[in-house]
Design a binder for this molecule. Structure first.
Ligand SMILES: [Zn+2]
Length: 473
């Protein structure tokens, strides 16, 4: 068996994988609620011949499917959660299947299926004796709510020699960009209630503390690292305008291209909140909600993925797929499409020409030396083992993720074809890593150099250490 036969083995199951992805798409489940999706994935894994280990004790609906034995151990990451409010039929106009219901607007029905498909291809090669080693497919719930750090902290990704992942998108490219590390905290202020007109001098407003925290953050912005981001919302700001608010709270999200920049920035935001509490005579406390690391893409594996984007059979789109893509693409403007592409690290010249087409039928290698401002929980895994990702064009140019257009495309023929391509490309790179020990060694050497001796510590543990340091100070 050679690599081309691995592509063919995956291709022979195209209808089965498409039916599975469509079943997930038909019954979208939100983060932490993926009971049926996870069960369907595990069932398919068992039918295909994987050993399935349930990880519900660590995180509900998480699992690992494995085949083979010994080293090297290659991991492939999968997700299957949906998003609220993005229900949509396979149509080119906004038309929810269930008004207000969830939908696969991030294409995770395709994500989990292609990753499982890639693992299947390698399983067939190990079974045939063409490769020796272990392939592990990780069913990772709740990506949209940062589920992987929970698994990472429990050691689920330990012992991997390399990791592959992908994400549905509007381009066929190595996802060579890094992402922002991110931490979310809840801030709570407590004051003293009083009649707001009669005895305001007796009250201490918790809402004032939230307001002053937010004003302080606006002034802090000028003096943060340039790639950093802070967002906030007010969760609670009192009950009635004529009562001085006794309690107020907000959610604060702090991002930066490296986790090591996020933690000191959190220290400064906490100082702002403490200052606001002093100014308003209120008390302040906070708690960690969730966080994830920046993605550190491995260049060696990225190059292998790029080779395989060229080697795997390219999706055979029909005229119907192209017409569907064009109609969905026409719901965006050329300017929107160019802007979406530029934010993915596509160079200006390519972005301008790509913005004029509706379906990407080429292959790129965009995003090197680029950090996208958003975050993904794949970041944590990329700090545990050498990790790289691709995108394939599962949806039309420029529609972007988390849109109804992405939901529509993720249930359609074009989505299924690009999903199969993603499975084959990842399987091809996994083949290269297992078949060529020098490639894997190079990937591991680069990983060791880029981590610089860092030992993975989950974001919640980093914040705990920050708290301890502050208590000690
Ligand atoms: Zn996603």
């Amino acid at each position: 068996m050679d690599k081309r036969q691995v592509f063919e083995a995956i291709g022979r199951e195209a209808d089965r994988f498409a039916a599975h992805a469509k079943a997930l798409w038909d019954s979208p489940e939100l983060s932490f609620m993926e009971k049926e999706s996870s069960a369907a994935q595990k069932k398919l894994c068992r039918e295909l011949g994987f050993r399935v280990g349930e990880l519900d004790g660590i995180q509900a609906y998480a699992f690992v499917a494995e085949y083979g034995k010994g080293s090297p151990v290659i991991g492939i990451l999968g997700e299957f959660d949906a998003l609220p409010g993005l229900s949509q039929k396979i149509a080119t106009m906004r038309d929810p299947a269930v008004p207000g219901g969830p939908g696969h607007g991030c294409g995770h029905n395709l994500l989990g299926t292609a990753s499982l498909g890639a693992a299947y291809g390698i399983m067939k090669a190990i079974e045939a004796g063409a490769l020796a080693g272990t392939i592990r497919y990780f069913g990772c719930p709740a990506e949209e709510q940062l589920g992987k750090p929970v698994l990472a902290k429990a050691g689920v990704f330990d012992g991997l020699d390399a990791v592959l992942c992908w994400h549905p998108a509007d381009l066929n490219t190595v996802a060579a960009y890094g992402t922002n590390a991110s931490v979310q905290l809840e801030f709570r202020f407590r004051g003293k209630p009083a009649h707001a007109a009669q005895v305001p001098h007796m009250g201490r407003s918790a809402l004032d503390a939230v307001t002053l925290t937010n004003v302080g953050i606006e002034f802090l912005r000028e003096h943060m690292p340039s790639g950093a981001r802070i967002h906030y919302i007010v969760n609670s700001g009192g009950e009635r305008a004529n009562i001085v608010p006794e309690f107020a709270s907000g959610t604060y999200q702090i991002r930066s291209p490296k986790m090591r920049e996020v933690v000191p920035l959190i220290g400064r935001v906490l100082d702002v909140a403490r200052g606001a509490a002093i100014m308003t005579g209120t008390s302040f406390e906070y708690s960690f909600l969730h966080g994830c690391y920046d993605v550190c893409p491995n260049g060696v594996i990225s190059d292998l993925l790029h080779d395989n984007l060229g080697q795997a059979p390219f999706p055979a789109y029909t005229d119907e797929d192209r017409a569907f893509a064009k109609a969905l693409c026409d719901t965006t403007t050329e300017d929107q499409r160019r802007e979406t592409l530029l934010m993915l690290g596509v160079d200006a010249a390519s972005a301008s020409s790509l913005a004029k087409i509706s379906l990407h039928e080429g292959v790129g290698y965009w995003g090197r030396q680029w950090v996208i401002p958003a975050s993904t929980d794949v970041g944590d895994v990329s700090h545990i083992a050498p990790t790289a990702q691709i995108n394939t064009a599962t949806w039309p140019m420029g529609v972007g993720s988390h849109t109804w257009q992405a939901t529509a495309a993720s249930g359609s023929g074009m989505g299924m074809k690009a999903m199969l391509y993603a499975a084959q490309v990842m399987a091809g790179a996994a083949w290269d890593l297992i078949a060529d020990p020098s490639a894997l060694a190079a990937a591991k050497k680069e990983f060791a150099e880029s981590m610089g001796g860092e030992v993975y510590t989950s974001a919640d543990e980093l914040i705990e250490r920050l708290m301890d340091r502050e208590k000690g100070a």
